[in-house]
Design a protein around this ligand. Sequence first.
Ligand code: HEC
Length: 176
Amino acid sequence: MIEEMLRRKKLLIAVLIVAAALYFVLGRYDVSATKPHPEIVNMIFHGIAERSIKRNSANLEVPYDVNDKDMYLKGFKEYDHMCVQCHGAPGVEASPTGKGLFPPPPKFPEEKLYEYSLKDIFWVTKNGVQMTGMPAYGPTHEDEAIWAVAIFLDRSRDLTEAEYRNLRDKYSDTHH
Ligand code: HEC
């Protein structure tokens, strides 16, 4: 009796695994970037990303003075050069590339960025987020530049449009 039940259970599990495999193999899962993931995929994916980020960044030490003005300005320049096309800025829209991504890049400085600490931001910028448009800058940039961006973002949570414009007018290499 018990053995019979166990056998049925195994059979049921095997059928489910094959069905799931067929669903993906036959191309039924829609990878289009214009259709939001089903809610469950979203939840699982974001939960995994957030936990991974927080766990990995927990043991980092911040090696720079977060109040250093030069680091802040260096971070602004890096941000305005490398990140603004996807994340936008106060008074600045993301580019068509940034707007076409799914999952969408969180708009800076509002939205999800508030959930992330300075160390989290450093870790994400260095390592990127798999299966999203968020690139890893570690392979191409020194840690110092990445800490600078993280310090800039961490200290810019209340940045206004006028302040961002002012930074661009004074310090941007590319926008005037
Ligand atoms: C090509 C587009 C693109 C560029 C360029 C880009 N990002 Fe992202 N970024 C993304 C996307 C997409 C996500 C959302 C990932 C997700 O949903 O988990 C993201 C998420 C983030 C997050 C939050 C982590 C999360 O899981 O939501 C931070 C912090 C971040 N980016 C910082 C940066 C910084 C700093 C730069 C520049 C050095 C940058 N990004 C450049 C696309 C981009």
